[in-house]
Design a protein around this ligand. Structure first.
Ligand SMILES: C[S@@+](CC[C@H](N)C(=O)[O-])C[C@H]1O[C@@H](n2cnc3c(N)ncnc32)[C@H](O)[C@@H]1O
Length: 400
């Protein structure tokens, strides 16, 4: 099909147009591009297409600074200005909460201080000793030598990951506030890493092979707003340190003195520890064992004597907490809150709920489910993942 004009972007960052009166999603297209396309799938209500040729480039198009752009699929907006990406995220967030949450509110997205070199964790794939990312939507390896989204120490070590001598598998690389690195190798083949060489050139604090620490310690130390967090190789930690600080501040501004808090999906205890300077008591629940061990240690490191942690599924473990709860902080994975968890939250009926979300769709659904009992005080986006279509949100709700 020829000379198709792209009207706008969808929630996944794909271009939208109409062909034969049917909505058509076109990957890698930008608003105001004029393109020739090939339909690759047609469904009852929509079509998917790919670009054959861009006839007229959108005035929004910029030259992407990365040679792997449009190949690895990691950051689909490196061909837009940062400002445009923020406009897109604000509009997307606003549309989603209106359509799926029945919420009419103007939302803003807080920018990231670093819009490149912000990721403190990446995962590289290794196939026949070649190192890279998978090409978008495939298991085909795309060899890479750099990733502009990663923090500087990670960018530096990518070129030397070959010294780990891994044949097949993957390596998770994490960096911290002090430019230190933790490497987690996952493979079922034998490896023979040149640890001496890597240590000579990089600040490596630990190397873990599958679940065994083969050098240093199996964790690194993070510091956010003067608080210290031990993070084991398999525990979750927020990807963008600057945005994590902003979210900490937002939460703190909404906690009153002497509260009893619930920190659900607590990871290594970050949000609850951060919020508990003034609190009476904090309960955290998390499903990853090493993360909960980290949370217990982190509460002690940060001198929080009244923090208590439960290992387990939130939906199942919540009922064990019998205290009267003032505020519930939730930070679930993309799937959002399950039915059982929402029912239990309604039973606790806390005066405030602070919902941290990495998926506006499930956030909107959950806000709708809670809307009979709660008013939304604020809902804001945070650009945790610059130059991608993803957006982090924090919503503060108050009991009606
Ligand atoms: C988005 S992270 C948030 C972690 C933490 N709040 C933070 O800020 O670092 C979600 C966390 O939920 C945990 N998790 C996922 N499913 C869970 C479940 N069903 N029950 C308890 N924890 C779960 C994950 O292991 C992860 O640590």
């Amino acid at each position: 099909m020829k000379n198709i004009e792209i009207i706008k972007l969808d929630n996944q960052g794909r271009g939208i147009s109409y062909t034969d009166n049917k909505i058509t999603f076109i990957k890698k297209a930008l608003p105001k591009d004029i393109v020739d396309i090939k339909i690759i799938k047609e469904y009852k209500k929509y079509k998917e297409a790919q670009i054959i040729v861009i006839k007229e480039k959108s005035p929004l198009r910029k030259k992407p600074p990365c040679p792997y752009f449009n190949l690895c699929g990691g950051c689909n907006f490196l061909n837009l200005s940062y400002e445009e990406t923020l406009n897109y995220k604000e509009e997307k967030l606003q549309n989603i909460i209106r359509k799926y949450g029945n919420i009419e509110k103007k939302v803003k997205v807080n920018p990231s201080k670093n819009c490149l070199s912000y990721r403190n964790k990446i995962t590289l794939k290794i196939r026949r000793k070649e190192i890279g990312y998978y090409e978008e939507d495939t298991h085909t390896l795309l060899k890479i030598e750099n990733c502009l989204l990663a923090e500087e120490p990670i960018q530096k070590i990518i070129k030397e990951i070959k010294y780990l001598n891994i044949e097949e598998g993957e390596v998770v690389i994490r960096s911290n506030y002090n430019q230190e690195l933790l490497l987690w190798i996952k493979t079922n083949k034998k490896v023979n890493p040149d640890i001496a060489y890597l240590r000579e050139h990089h600040k490596i604090v630990g190397i873990v092979l599958n679940d065994t620490c083969i050098f240093g310690e199996p964790y690194l130390i993070e510091r956010i707003n003067k608080q210290i967090f031990k993070v084991s190789y398999d525990s979750f930690f927020q990807i963008n340190r600057y945005i994590c600080e902003q979210i900490f501040n937002k939460i703190n501004n909404n906690i009153e003195d002497s509260e009893v808090l619930l920190d659900l999906y607590c990871g290594v205890g970050t949000l609850g520890i951060n919020a508990s300077k003034k609190a009476n008591k904090v309960y955290g629940i998390e499903i990853v064992k090493n993360a909960i061990i980290n949370a217990i240690e982190n509460a002690s490191i940060n001198k929080r004597e009244n923090n208590f942690y439960l290992l387990g599924d939130v939906g199942k473990s919540l009922a064990k907490i019998k205290d009267k709860i003032d505020t519930i902080i939730v930070d679930p994975p993309r799937a959002g809150l399950d039915r059982k968890t929402k029912e239990k939250i309604k039973e606790y009926h806390p005066k405030k709920i602070i919902y941290v979300s990495c998926d506006p769709m499930t956030l909107a659904r959950d806000l709708k489910d809670l809307s009979a009992l709660y008013d939304i005080l604020t809902i804001e986006g945070y650009d945790m993942f610059p130059f991608t279509h993803h957006v982090e949100c924090v919503c503060v709700m108050s009991r009606r």
